[in-house]
Design a protein around this ligand. Structure first.
Ligand code: NDP
Length: 280
C-alpha cells in the first residue's frame, strides 16, 4: 500500500530494467513493515543533472546510482563522503531536508562483505591484490582495498592509461592486459571489474594459472552467476566469490542510508535474486 507518507527511494541508471535493486529493497521494506517504496528510474544521459537537481529537498529520500552516472552523481553532491571521494564515484545519493545532497560509495563495502562471506578468513591487509578493469567498479574496489589496509593494489586494464589514472590517485601499479600474468604474481585476490563475462559480452582472457593456489578469485559480474571467469578459477581449484554477494553487500548500507535502519536480517534476498536471475 502506498500512502501519502510513503518514503520513496530508487535506483537511477540507463538502462535500468535489468536492475535487481528494487527486488532486494522492496522485500526488505515489506519485511520491516516500513511505509516505503523503491522504484527504478531510467534517465536519458543528458538529463541526469536536471533529474537529480529536481529531487533536492527530499521528495525522494535517496537514490542508488548505476551505469553510467556514478561519476556525475559524485560531482552533483554538496556533501561527498570519504568513500565516494576516494573512489571518484558515488552509488548512493541521499537528499537532505535542507536541500543538500550526500554522496557515498557502498560498492567497496559490498565487495569486502562478499569476500568475507564467501571466502572465510580472507584478510585484505595480508598481501597484494589485482583488479581487472578501470571503470567505476574497479575504482570502488581499489579504494576499498586501500582503506582496508591492502599493501599493494595492481590495476590491470585493456586501456592501460585508465589503469594509470587510478594508481596516480590511490597508489599501486598499473598494467596492460598483456602483462596480467606479472600482475597476478603473489596476489591474495583477483577481482574482475570489467564488463567482460557479462551475458552477451566478450569473454576475458586472463591467465589465472599465474595466481598462487591460495588466491581468491572474484567476479563483479553476476549474470550469469557462474561466469566463464569464475568457472576457469574453479577448474584451477581457486576459491571463488560471486558478484551477487557484492550486490547484496552494497545494498545493505544503501537501505540504511535511505530508511535510517539496517534491513531485516531474516529475509533471504539471495534466494529471491537467484529466482529473478533464473527467470530471465
Ligand atoms: P565501466 O563501463 O565503467 O568499465 C568497464 C571496464 O571493463 C573498463 O575497464 C573496460 O576496459 C573493461 N572491458 C570491457 N569489455 C572488455 C573486454 N572485452 N575485455 C577487456 N576489458 C573489457 O563499468 P563498471 O566499472 O561500472 O562495471 C564493471 C562491471 O562490474 C559491470 O559488469 C557491472 O555490472 C559490474 N558491477 C557489479 C557490481 C556488483 O555489485 N556486483 C557493482 C559495480 C559494478 P577499457 O577501459 O579498456 O574500455
Amino acid at each position: 500500500m502506498i500512502s501519502g507518507a510513503t518514503l520513496l527511494a530508487g535506483v537511477v541508471g540507463n538502462p535500468i530494467a535489468h536492475s535487481m535493486s528494487p527486488i532486494l529493497h522492496n522485500a526488505w521494506l515489506a519485511a520491516a513493515g516500513i511505509d516505503g517504496a523503491y522504484v527504478p528510474f531510467r534517465v536519458a544521459e543528458d538529463r541526469f543533472t536536471g533529474f537529480v537537481e529536481s529531487l533536492r529537498g527530499g521528495s525522494v529520500r535517496g537514490l542508488n546510482v548505476t551505469i553510467p552516472f556514478k561519476e556525475q552523481a559524485l560531482a552533483l553532491a554538496d556533501r561527498p563522503g570519504e568513500r565516494a571521494t576516494m573512489a571518484g564515484a558515488a552509488n548512493v545519493l541521499v537528499f537532505e531536508a535542507d536541500g543538500g545532497i550526500l554522496a557515498d560509495n557502498t560498492d567497496g563495502l559490498g565487495l569486502l562483505a562478499a569476500l568475507a562471506g564467501q571466502a572465510p578468513g580472507f584478510d585484505p591487509g595480508s598481501g597484494p591484490v589485482a583488479i581487472l578493469g578501470a571503470g567505476g567498479g574497479a575504482r570502488g574496489a581499489a579504494a576499498a582495498f586501500t582503506a582496508a589496509g591492502c599493501p599493494e593494489v595492481r590495476i590491470v586494464n585493456r586501456t592501460q592509461a585508465r589503469a594509470q589514472a587510478i594508481t596516480d590517485v590511490l597508489g599501486g601499479e598499473a598494467f596492460g592486459l598483456d602483462r596480467a600474468a606479472a600482475a597476478f604474481e603473489g596476489v591474495i585476490a583477483v577481482v574482475n571489474a570489467t564488463s567482460a563475462g557479462l551475458a552477451g559480452e566478450g569473454e576475458l582472457d586472463a591467465p589465472l594459472e599465474a595466481t598462487p593456489t591460495t588466491c581468491v578469485v572474484m567476479d563483479m559480474v553476476y549474470k550469469p552467476l557462474l561466469t566463464p571467469f569464475l568457472a576457469r578459477a574453479q577448474a584451477l581449484e581457486r576459491r571463488t566469490v560471486d558478484g551477487l554477494a557484492m550486490l547484496i553487500g552494497q545494498a545493505i548500507p544503501s537501505f540504511e542510508a535511505f530508511y535510517g535502519r539496517p534491513p531485516p536480517a531474516d529475509v533471504d534476498v539471495r534466494a529471491l535474486a537467484l529466482k529473478f536471475l533464473e527467470g530471465r
